[in-house]
Design a protein around this ligand. Structure first.
Ligand SMILES: Cc1cc2nc3c(=O)[nH]c(=O)nc-3n(C[C@H](O)[C@H](O)[C@H](O)COP(=O)(O)OP(=O)(O)OC[C@H]3O[C@@H](n4cnc5c(N)ncnc54)[C@H](O)[C@@H]3O)c2cc1C
Length: 365
């Protein structure tokens, strides 16, 4: 039984069902309603914390085989991801990052000079000094990707119950029970993929996690003639930026709006969006008069140390967690679903998950 029908729940359900497990997914709203359906779609290994890199590289392999895996391209475009430096100091920061990764054996992030940046993206403002470039990264369509994992899971027998919030979980004997307004459901294994709400369920088992929700915002512009192919970020200021084939530009970059967890709702703070719009105009002056079509906020889970929990419970048998992806969990969805299915079915995962264990947080006295 999987609680939470975001990308992580749908991907976990898919990987479990693919290996023959009987799976039900309980989703409080509808599949893809929260972060997984409304994010920026960045398929980004660039800039990850060191412990996440092996997971992100493994997940990216699945993104590149997404049609063979789930029978849908999920809108994946290997556009490349570029993190721009706007001064010599920022370029030195980028170089230090790439050097650090290389001492750990990771070579996927590469430094490119100003000339190469401008050759790849001629419309960008000439003050850029260079960038980190990851050619095999890209973007996908979040709602489509999540729905596609759900359909692929259903095709292998998984059953999804939408509009089914779980209010209480408890283990009795060898079974887990989930209380919902429609009654109690039970299963041998429980997987919690409840995003920003997962902490409430972990706390019920006596495993509180230091986490908080944020309302991350995005805006999308009117259409513009094609001018940018790569997905862009910046070094010195928050930015995530891409132009879709239809001409619209999606602008974000961990812009914080308002998260209302009990109401299950994110709210836009327009004053903060202005700052991001100004960054975009600095980098692409020709967009000064491009209108914003709409803006929204999604509720995302942030854990205090910046890493997700991908872990078996330390207190109860047959309970597995996967949540708290701190604004970067879309890219990880396909890969982490596979790893979580391994935790459930094999008792251990094919990549080390020690950095994500729930026992990195002290048990309350
Ligand atoms: C605006 C924005 C931009 C982002 N951009 C990127 C990006 O470019 N690249 C990237 O990699 N990541 C990005 N992210 C982060 C990414 O979207 C998330 O990390 C990821 O989608 C988390 O997936 P999830 O399945 O863990 O959580 P969610 O998508 O939040 O899914 C959890 C689900 O659990 C359900 N649920 C909760 N409690 C219960 C309960 N008690 N009973 C039943 N169901 C329950 C919820 O209704 C929800 O549908 C962005 C996020 C936002 C908001």
């Amino acid at each position: 039984m999987v609680i939470g029908g975001g990308l992580h729940g749908a991907s976990t359900a898919f990987h479990l069902a693919q290996r023959g497990a009987r799976v039900i997914v309980l989703e409080a709203d509808y599949v893809g309603r929260h972060s997984s359906g409304v994010n920026a779609g960045g398929v980004r290994t660039l800039g990850r914390p060191l412990p996440e890199i092996p997971l992100a590289l493994m997940s990216r392999e699945i993104w590149h085989r997404i049609v063979e895996t789930i029978g849908d391209d999920a809108g994946f475009v290997p556009s490349g991801q570029m993190k721009i430096a706007e001064s010599d100091a920022e370029l030195a920061e980028c170089q230090a990052r790439v050097d650090l990764l290389q001492t750990h054996g990771f070579t996927h992030e590469k430094i490119i000079d100003r000339k190469t940046v401008l050759a790849l993206e001629p419309a960008i403002a000439p003050h850029v000094t260079g960038a980190i470039w990851v050619e095999d990264d890209g973007y996908a369509l979040p709602f489509r990707a999540t729905a596609a994992f759900r359909r692929a899971a259903q095709a292998r027998g998984a059953v999804f119950h939408e509009g089914t919030p779980v209010t209480r979980i408890e283990q009795s004997g060898a079974r887990w029970f989930a209380q919902t307004p429609a009654g109690r459901l039970d299963a041998q294994h429980l997987v919690v993929t409840a995003g920003a709400w997962a902490g409430e369920l972990a706390a019920q088992v006596g495993e509180p996690v230091p986490m908080h929700p944020e309302g991350l915002m995005l805006m999308v512009t009117h259409r513009a003639a094609p001018f940018c192919r790569a997905t862009l970020g910046a070094t010195g200021r928050p930015l995530s930026f891409k132009q879709f084939d239809n001409g619209t530009v999606v602008i974000g970059g961990k812009l914080i709006g308002i998260a209302d967890l009990p109401a299950r709702h994110g709210e836009v703070d327009f004053a903060r969006l202005v700052k991001s719009a100004n960054t975009v105009v600095d980098l692409f002056p020709h967009l000064r008069h491009l209108g914003i079509n709409r803006a929204w906020a999604g509720v995302e889970a942030f854990i205090d140390d910046g890493l997700p929990v991908i872990s078996k419970s330390r207190r109860a048998a047959n309970l597995t967690y996967s949540f708290g992806y701190c604004g970067s969990g879309f890219q990880l969805g396909p890969g982490c679903g596979k790893l979580v299915s391994e935790l459930v079915l094999d008792g251990q995962a094919s990549l080390p998950l020690d950095a994500f264990a729930i026992d990195r947080f002290p048990v309350p006295a």
